[in-house]
Write a protein that binds this ligand. Structure first.
Ligand code: APR
Length: 310
């Protein structure tokens, strides 16, 4: 059985663990700064496994030694923004957490593939890549899969069709400047731009951009975790089973799309070696400009993070 360690046994971490074990993809180690949280959720998940007849195990701990020899490390550890906390405060705190989690896990799992979930996503993915010193293809941010799932859901709802027939592509940074690409979003191969009027497509793109905030607004406390957890599990599956799915993920483009020195959402092929290939597709001028703007914002935030950490 493969091994996946998830740093941060919060809502997203535990939900990812649930989907991973349910599909018997890997044994899971849940690790948290509050070890009893990890232990409690692991016990609960194990007891669910007993009912569902799953063979994958879950173990909760505060000890990084137990993450050794992981095939995949998922980093969800972080704090949410609280009232009175500036964006800079949040950036600094989460950067310190992600740096620590990356440094502590890489020691025991030098050949792992990392999936980063903590926000601000693209900046934290870049930091994890820098801290671990791994090749770019082994450090991947989870955002595009989630944002695309949101776009997929909204398209399906708008057209009253099964979301199983809808594929969607959302590129760029995970934030206000994400870049949904309707031309490459289809209902069973038919671009949505052929199926819906322009203003409706634009409205669905806007709702996708605000997809996280919409859920935060409804929940009142906390943020989304089912779809983020499922997004992590989908990426884990594509990697461990070497499915080579083409998915939007945050990666260091190393020159692809004219971008470098950032991490940003691009279509990649996810297989056993990680983000094995960045797939270059033709973008229209306006899409290219939106992607460049998005990358510029991430680049700025990376600079800010470096200052805050120095
Ligand atoms: N080491 C390990 N775990 C940590 C650390 C640390 N240094 N700091 C915080 N944690 C843990 C918390 O104890 C908590 O259990 O990370 C977990 C975060 O869980 P939640 O607050 O429930 O957040 P969640 O909804 O799971 O979201 C995880 O993803 O959406 C992003 O940036 C967002 O921080 C959020 C992350």
């Amino acid at each position: 059985m493969a091994k996946v360690s998830i740093v941060g046994a919060g809502a997203v971490g535990a939900t990812a663990a649930q989907y991973i074990t349910q599909r018997s993809l890997a044994d899971v180690v849940l690790i948290d700064i509050i070890p009893d949280t990890a232990r409690g959720k692991s016990l609960d998940l194990q007891q669910a496994s007993a009912l569902l007849g799953e063979s994958a195990t879950v173990c909760g701990t505060g000890d990084y030694a137990l993450t050794a020899d992981s095939d995949i490390i998922v980093i969800t550890a972080g704090v949410p923004r609280k009232p009175g906390m500036s964006r800079d405060d949040l950036l600094k705190i989460n950067a310190q957490i992600v740096k620590e989690a990356s440094a502590k896990t890489i020691q025991g799992s030098p050949r792992a593939i990392y999936i980063v979930v903590t926000n601000p996503l693209d900046v934290m993915t870049f930091l994890c890549w820098q801290t671990t010193g791994l090749p770019t293809q082994r450090v991947i941010g989870m955002a595009g899969v989630l944002d695309s799932a949101r776009f997929q859901t909204f398209i399906a709802e708008e057209m009253n069709v099964s979301s199983a027939d809808v594929r969607a592509m959302v590129l760029g940074g995970h934030g206000d400047l994400m870049v949904p690409i309707p031309r490459y979003s289809t209902v069973n191969g038919i671009p949505v731009t052929e199926l819906l009027p322009h203003d409706r497509v634009e409205a669905l793109c806007a709702r996708t951009r605000d997809g996280g905030a919409e859920i935060v607004g409804l929940l009142k406390s906390g943020s989304a975790y089912y779809a983020p957890g499922a997004s992590v599990a989908l990426m884990v599956q594509s990697i461990l089973l070497d499915e080579r799915r083409l998915l939007p993920c945050s990666v260091n483009p190393r020159g692809a799309y004219g971008l470098k020195d950032v991490c940003i959402g691009l279509p990649v092929i996810l297989g056993r070696q990680g983000a094995e290939q960045v797939v270059s597709v033709k973008l229209k001028r306006v899409e290219k400009r939106a992607l460049a703007e998005s990358a510029k914002a991430v680049l700025g935030a990376i600079g800010q993070m470096k200052q805050l950490l120095s």
